[in-house]
Design a protein around this ligand. Structure first.
Ligand SMILES: [Zn+2]
Length: 242
C-alpha cells in the first residue's frame, strides 16, 4: 500500500510558516520551507532497535558495552562497602561518574546524529508521544498488549526508558530549527499491533520483538518499521484535522 504523502501539505497546513518562525528564538536561521517540502517520515522508538523509520531505516547503537556494564556493577558494589567520607569512596565515585558520563555522551551523540539525518531528509517528522506512566502500565498488561510476557515486557520498558527517547525528541526539535522541519507527536496506542497495509489490530501479529506477521492478511515486516508506518499515517491524519 502507498503511504499517504504530505504532498497536500500546502492546502492542509497553511500555518506551517508561523509555527516554524516561533521556534526561531536564538537568531539561528530557520528556512521558511524545507528543501524537500513533500517529504515525511514516521519514527518508532522501538524495542528491537533504538529507532526505526517508516522508510525502513533502522538506527541503533550500543550505549553501554557488556564490559562497561560489568564495571559499573562492580563499582556500585564497591561504593556500597566503602566508608562514607573516605578518600577511597570519593575515588570510586569519580570513576563511576566518568563511566556514566561516557554512556550519556554516547546517547546524546546518537540522538543528535539520528535527528539531524531525519530532519535533513524530511519536511515532517512524526514521533510517538510516549510517556513513562503508560509504558510502565503496559508491562502489567493494561495498555498496549494485555498481559502477555509480562516479565519480558517489564525488561523491554526499562530498555526503552534507558534509550532516552525524551532526549531524542529534543534533538529532533533542535535539528528541525535548522532544516525547517515540522515535528509532530501522535498517540502511539496500538501502532505496534496494527497491520499497516490492512489495518487489522491483533497483539498476536507481533510475533517477537523484531518481527510482525499479520494474523489476518499475512503481511510480514520488521515490527518497529510497521509501527513507524502506522505512526506516519497517524501524523497525516492529525495534520489534516489541524
Ligand atoms: Zn494485515
Amino acid at each position: 500500500m502507498r503511504t499517504p504523502s504530505f504532498g497536500a501539505g500546502r492546502a492542509v497546513a497553511p500555518h506551517d510558516v508561523v509555527y516554524v518562525s516561533l521556534l526561531c528564538e536564538d537568531g539561528e536561521h530557520t528556512p521558511a520551507e524545507h528543501a524537500a517540502p513533500d517529504s515525511a517520515v514516521g519514527v518508532d522508538r522501538g524495542v528491537a532497535v533504538a529507532a526505526a523509520t517508516s522508510d525502513g531505516d533502522l538506527f541503533d547503537r550500543t550505549f553501554r558495552t557488556p564490559k562497561e556494564h560489568e564495571r559499573e556493577r562492580r563499582l556500585r558494589r564497591k561504593l556500597s562497602r566503602q566508608r562514607k567520607g573516605s578518600n577511597n569512596r570519593a575515588r570510586t565515585r569519580a570513576a563511576l561518574s566518568r563511566l556514566t558520563g561516557r554512556v550519556r555522551a554516547r546517547r546524546a551523540d546518537f540522538a543528535a546524529r539520528t535527528a539531524h539525518t531525519l530532519c535533513a531528509k524530511n519536511a515532517v517528522v512524526v514521533l510517538e508521544r510516549l510517556n513513562t506512566t503508560n509504558m510502565t502500565a503496559s508491562a502489567r498488561g493494561t495498555a498496549d498488549a494485555p498481559g502477555r510476557n509480562v516479565r519480558q515486557k517489564a525488561g523491554l520498558n526499562r530498555a526503552i526508558l534507558a534509550q532516552g527517547w525524551q532526549g531524542f525528541k529534543l534533538a529532533c526539535q533542535n535539528a528541525a530549527r535548522r532544516t525547517g522541519t515540522r515535528v509532530i507527536e501522535v498517540d502511539p496506542a496500538y501502532t505496534s499491533q496494527t497491520c499497516h497495509p490492512c489495518g487489522e489490530v491483533d497483539p498476536r501479529s507481533r510475533e517477537s520483538q523484531a518481527s510482525f506477521r499479520c494474523t489476518s492478511c499475512g503481511h510480514t515486516a520488521h515490527a518497529d518499521v510497521n509501527a513507524a508506518q502506522n505512526t506516519l499515517s497517524r501524523g497525516w491524519t492529525s495534520s489534516l484535522s489541524g
